[in-house]
Design a protein around this ligand. Structure first.
Ligand code: LRH
Length: 469
């Protein structure tokens, strides 16, 4: 196999990046090219959106730099957070896409469940209930009827670069409109909900060439590079790069969210799985990501944001976490998944209110607050791990934490302690690595099933182990 280089565009809820990925025999290496901030933007009417126009500008600038550094770039792959989309009419974006934390989804949930009860939805799409699943957003969106196409965020970026109008399959699975058994659009469900065909473009598997960058972006980027689909749902790409160490190992892809689960060959849509709110999202190579969304580092990043606003100064996260680790004695825990903690706002105050309901005092310092948050997330992780084992009938014997959370030593150790299982932490950039690996396989730089790709990750990015204490 020869060596080569590809570019990964990875858009997360708090930051985006463009990376070069070098792949060859025994080699897998990332080189950062551009990193830029992302987050909810409040419109004048109070609704929450993404600044997609700015994000896209950063993507194009990052790709231009990637081509300048590596003129022989083999391809570009794009992944982002799930569920959100942009509407296009006559090639123009109809406004900035809504953010999934916008409160419009609550009316969407009522409207959908009035037509199709949740138990039936779950049998059809296998998805856990999250109020922002795309179908709940579509039914509240007056613009959908006028649009030529509704494209999920990575598909929208790919469209602007190449003109292709497609729906990559892993991310499409988070819309709630893909049938969990067939992997195809559930046309009957869409018709019952009044969702038009413009929201259901052709489904395409990861690893498929979409065409070269064309028109204005071609001039801006400066080369005819091919865009190739990857696991365009960021969590799908992250799971590709989890160096699963045993057949029964579980994973936690931990960033804004903590996605806790196992990989399966077949979905589980039992009553027990529905009641535990476990999801069956589409993975690369037709695998199933059987997992539960735990509110992850969002709780900490929103708290830090509130404290920074209070101080009008930035907070050094590593020293806050070091102080949190030094807090003595047991700390109060709260339910990390409490829906009242999901919208942006004064997070420390909201957490204090949740604790007060339980009769627990507010933590005495910011370090104690951070400790309460991290331990509460770890507790929710341990609960989801045990449920994943029970529902999938597996003796989970190790937990891989990948993504930003793998650098949080306090969280990794607390997860080991509370789950009673060894935690294997890293790689931190699992999503970009998974994106790179699927492109590299399409370009013939690596081959084999996901196990072979994971073996390359394990050899090049050995995880750090935390044993339960
Ligand atoms: C993580 C993620 C997660 C989704 C959420 C919307 O970035 O894609 O898998 O549930 O964002």
């Amino acid at each position: 196999m020869s060596a080569g280089v590809v570019a990964a565009v990875d858009l997360g809820a708090t930051s985006g990046r463009v990376m070069l990925g070098y792949v060859g025999d025994g080699m897998l290496r990332l080189e950062p090219v551009a990193r830029f901030p992302n987050g909810p933007v409040e419109a004048s009417d109070g609704s929450l959106h993404w600044d997609f126009t700015a994000l896209y500008g950063h993507v194009v600038a990052g790709l231009r730099e990637a081509v300048a550094r590596e003129p022989g770039l083999a391809s570009i792959g794009i992944d982002s957070w799930a569920v959100d989309y942009g509407l296009l009419s006559g090639g123009t974006l109809l406004g900035e896409p809504f953010h999934y934390r916008d409160e419009r989804t609550s009316t969407g949930v009522e409207a959908v469940h009035a037509q199709v009860p949740f138990a039936e939805l779950y049998r059809r799409n296998g998805l856990q209930f999250l109020p922002f699943n795309t179908l709940y957003q579509y039914v509240t969106d007056g613009g959908l009827a006028d649009a030529d196409a509704a494209l999920l965020i990575p598909d929208l970026v790919a469209h602007l670069l190449t003109g292709a109008v497609i729906a990559e399959r892993t991310n499409a699975s988070t819309t709630g409109l893909v049938n969990v058994s067939t992997g195809e659009w559930d046309l009957e469900l869409a018709a019952r909900l009044g969702i038009p065909a413009s929201a259901l473009p052709p489904l395409i598997d990861p690893g498929t060439p979409l065409g070269t960058v064309t028109g204005t972006p071609r001039e801006q980027i400066g080369a005819d590079v091919e865009v190739v689909t990857v696991g365009s749902h960021d969590t799908a790409s992250a799971v590709v790069a989890v160096p699963l160490s045993t057949p029964n190992a579980a994973y936690i892809s931990c960033g804004t969210w903590g996605l806790v689960g196992v990989e399966l060959d077949e979905p589980i849509v039992t009553d027990a799985a529905r009641e535990a709110n476990f999801t069956n999202e589409g993975g690369v190579d037709g695998r199933v990501r059987f997992l539960h969304n735990v509110t992850g580092l969002w709780l900490l990043s929103e708290s830090v944001r509130a404290w920074e606003a209070e101080d009008a100064a930035t907070i050094d996260l590593p020293s806050l976490l070091a102080d949190a680790a030094a807090v003595e004695g047991d700390v109060a825990l709260f339910d990390a998944n409490d829906p009242r903690l999901s919208a942006p706002g004064d997070m420390p105050q909201r957490i204090a209110a949740v604790l007060a309901e339980q009769g627990a005092p507010a933590p005495a310092s910011r370090a104690a607050f951070a400790r309460t948050i991290v331990e509460s997330i770890a507790q929710a992780f341990a609960g989801a791990l045990s449920t994943a084992g029970r529902l999938s009938d597996r003796e989970i014997d190790a937990v891989h934490i990948v993504g930003g959370g793998s650098l949080n030593e306090l969280l990794c150790q607390a997860t080991a302690d509370r789950s009673g299982m060894p935690v294997l932490a890293g790689p931190v950039e699992a999503t970009a690595l998974g994106n790179v690996l699927v492109q590299a396989r399409a370009a013939g730089l690596v081959d084999g099933p996901l196990e072979a790709l994971r073996d390359l990750v394990a050899r090049t990015h050995p995880p750090k182990r935390y044993d339960p204490r």
